[in-house]
Ligand binder design. Structure first.
Ligand code: ATP
Length: 236
């Protein structure tokens, strides 16, 4: 079943056309990866799906419903969780309070408490630092917190924007292990990654985006073998 369907999506920043008519789909339970160079429009696409930028044309459908132009908090309520690029955690709040804030649209106190316990088990570093101010966490720890905070909304679709950005190799491995685990639990994920090799290896399908347009698509395995992808994104 198609969970997310995007058709001819356009986004402009003033005179800059950042997305020039993007079409893509994410099926329920799929992990779909977007790869592309700097400034290709990956974060813009994630922000458009999450209701954080104005859409200039085209349509976004989520579970069959047209959500084009709806606002960020309504996207969260509908089940779209966004872990943004650059680990935008609430720096002056504790780790635990960041997780509570991630669940702001929920009213099930027991469920919220059990989810916090669950993500502390997934990310033991966060459990150890639960009373520490998020702004004093290391980059990798903030990234884990951003992912856990997005999950606290119990999203049906998780948007992960460059979860490995700026992280040490060991931490990157941990982050990918978490993504693999979420995938095994059936989470639907749209993943933007510079680590194209690892991202394609865990993706069911992937799209290549270049200057605001999709130029290639296929299964993760197909794109891993593709000569154009290998020379442009895999350093082969
Ligand atoms: P990166 O991998 O470098 O993060 P990206 O693929 O995520 O890149 P975007 O951040 O989506 O790319 O940017 C796409 C284009 O839109 C770029 O040319 C960027 O300069 C431009 N852009 C992004 N945000 C804004 C903004 N708020 N105002 C004006 N231009 C913007």
């Amino acid at each position: 079943m198609t969970m997310l369907a995007i058709e001819g999506l356009k986004v402009r920043y003033g005179a800059v056309e950042a997305l020039k008519g993007i079409s893509l789909e994410v099926g329920q339970g799929e992990v779909v990866t977007l790869i592309g160079g700097n400034g290709a429009g990956k974060s813009t696409l994630m922000r458009a799906i999450g209701g954080l930028v104005k859409v200039a044309g085209g349509a976004i459908r989520f579970e069959g419903r047209d959500i084009t132009g709806i606002r960020g908090h309504d996207c969260v309520r509908l089940g779209i969780g966004h872990s943004p690029e650059g680990r935008l955690v609430f720096g002056d709040q504790s780790v635990r309070d960041n997780l509570v804030l991630g669940a702001y649209a929920r009213r099930d106190e027991d469920g919220i408490a059990s989810d916090i316990a669950r993500y502390f088990a997934v990310f033991p570093r966060l459990a150890e630092r639960q009373d520490q101010l998020a702004g004093t966490l290391s980059g990798g720890e903030q990234q884990m917190l951003a992912i856990a905070r997005a999950l606290m909304a119990r999203p049906k679709l998780l948007l992960l924007d460059e979860p490995s950005l700026g992280l040490a190799p060991l931490i990157v491995r941990e982050v990918f292990a978490v993504i693999r685990r979420l995938r095994e639990e059936g989470m639907t994920i749209l993943l933007v990654e510079q680590m194209a090799n690892q991202a394609l290896a865990i993706a069911d399908r992937a799209y290549v985006i270049e200057t605001g347009a999709i130029t290639l698509e296929g299964t993760g395995a197909e794109l891993l073998r593709d000569e154009r992808v290998r020379s442009a994104y895999l350093g082969a």
